[in-house]
Design a protein. Structure first.
Length: 124
């Protein structure tokens, strides 16, 4: 009788351990987010609020004065990743004789994924 009870307890323990292991392996493993860098995204639009394909978006690091550029696809979106959180950046876009005002991403902005949408204005 004791042997049967010990066997059933052992079997129950193994089943519980199996279910616990299954829970751990099925859980999504998310990469820890790197909080030392941030990203900037947005959409370049024309005066009629249409997304602009082929706009050149320029991002200027105000510490090193290095400029990175991005050419927008058909949906007008742009992306800059791996930006320092301790540096200010200026972003602007140009396309076919039109330009956007320069916008600033401040080092005091604590968002890890900042969004700055840009609107083209005719050059005067």
């Amino acid at each position: 009788m004791i042997a049967k009870r010990a066997f059933l307890m052992g079997l129950a323990l193994m089943l519980c351990a199996g279910f616990a292991a299954a829970q751990l392996t099925n859980k999504k493993r998310e990469k820890p987010q790197d909080t030392s860098v941030r990203a900037l995204t947005g959409v370049v639009r024309d005066a009629e609020e249409n997304p602009v394909e082929g706009a050149v978006v320029k991002l200027k690091d105000m510490k090193t004065l290095q400029v990175r550029s991005f050419i927008t696809p058909a949906d007008g979106t742009y992306h800059f990743h791996g930006l320092s959180r301790t540096v200010d950046y200026e972003v602007k876009a140009d396309s076919k004789g039109a330009a956007t005002p320069t916008r600033t991403l401040s080092s005091f902005d604590d968002r890890l994924k900042a969004i700055i949408n840009l609107k083209l204005e005719p050059k005067s």
